[in-house]
Write a protein that binds this ligand. Structure first.
Ligand code: ATP
Length: 266
């Protein structure tokens, strides 16, 4: 019998009042992949992720994580997932180590191995040396890596990252991705990531799904998507072809990203 995929969404739908955020989403993510979910603002990515992570109930359609139905096996699914949301999840008044230890307790990491797992997660993101400093003194990139450690401390099989590099400078972005790559190589963990940065998707995601208005409009490896559109096409071109001119309105995204970064670090 073949093992189930890491994630399977079938005819998934979610509306906030009149706004249909996810509208018949069919998505399958094979185990061990780095899978990129791309789409313009409001495409429904975060809403889909919140259903996959059990934070939002599934009312229409279904979601399975490693074959477990999220509606019926909520706690079991939560134990399999590490999640780094868009919003800040680290506490600036605590040290890096205390932040990760807090997540270890929340996610029931056994007391016996807790200290070891906290250190191992901090080490995996390159923060062991800074672990006893208050997180308020960390740079934006270090905070993102700390949040990664928080998500990794329970040794999840599926790591979900919602815009992990938003607002970071290119060096910090590369550093976050290098850590993700390294951890994935060492653990075979499946990674689901959303990003608006096409260069990152191209470089780091083995497979990409482009989401627009609540459903998947194109899916494949970056190379496949580019080839399908025509010779010389870039991922930006594919994105534009799928979403119309949504990238033209990037001003709002830039402002939102900058605001979010200011909030995160402020
Ligand atoms: N809690 C909520 N209440 C009402 N509407 C919501 C809520 N969350 C999301 N929406 C709406 O649902 C739609 C999809 O939003 P969602 O955040 O899932 O998109 P996204 O693809 O993650 O966008 P972004 O790239 O900006 O994060 C949008 O129209 C959004 O305004």
């Amino acid at each position: 019998m073949t093992s189930p995929p890491a994630v399977r969404c079938t005819a998934l739908r979610h509306a906030f009042g009149e706004t249909v955020a996810v509208d018949g989403l069919d998505l399958e993510i094979a185990t061990g992949r780095v899978f990129g979910l791309l789409g313009p603002n409001g495409a429904g990515k975060t809403t889909a992720i919140r259903m996959i992570t059990t934070l939002l109930p599934v009312k229409t359609g279904s979601v399975e994580v490693f074959g477990l139905d999220v509606s019926h096996r909520r706690m079991a699914v939560r134990r399999l997932i590490g999640y780094v949301p868009q919003q800040l999840s680290a506490d600036g008044t605590l040290s890096g180590r205390e932040n990760v230890a807090l997540f270890a307790r929340l996610f029931d990491v056994p007391r016996r191995t807790r200290a070891e797992q906290v250190d191992s997660a901090l080490d995996a993101v390159g923060l062991l040396k800074e672990a006893d400093r208050p997180a308020s003194g960390y740079s934006g990139g270090m905070i993102r890596r700390l949040e990664l450690a928080q998500a990794l401390v329970s040794s999840p099989r599926l790591l979900i990252l919602d815009e992990p590099t938003i607002g970071l400078d290119p060096i910090a972005r590369a550093s976050v991705w290098e850590r993700i790559e390294q951890i994935r190589l060492e653990t075979g963990m499946t990674v689901l990531v959303t990003t608006h940065y096409m260069d990152e998707a191209e470089q780091y995601c083995e497979r990409i799904a482009l989401m627009h208005r609540g459903r998947i409009r194109a899916e494949g490896s970056p190379a496949e998507l580019e080839t399908d559109l025509g010779p010389g096409s870039t991922l930006d071109d594919v994105f534009r072809a799928v979403t119309g001119d949504q990238l033209e309105g990037g001003g709002i995204r830039d402002v939102r990203a900058a605001r979010r970064t200011a909030r995160r670090l402020g």
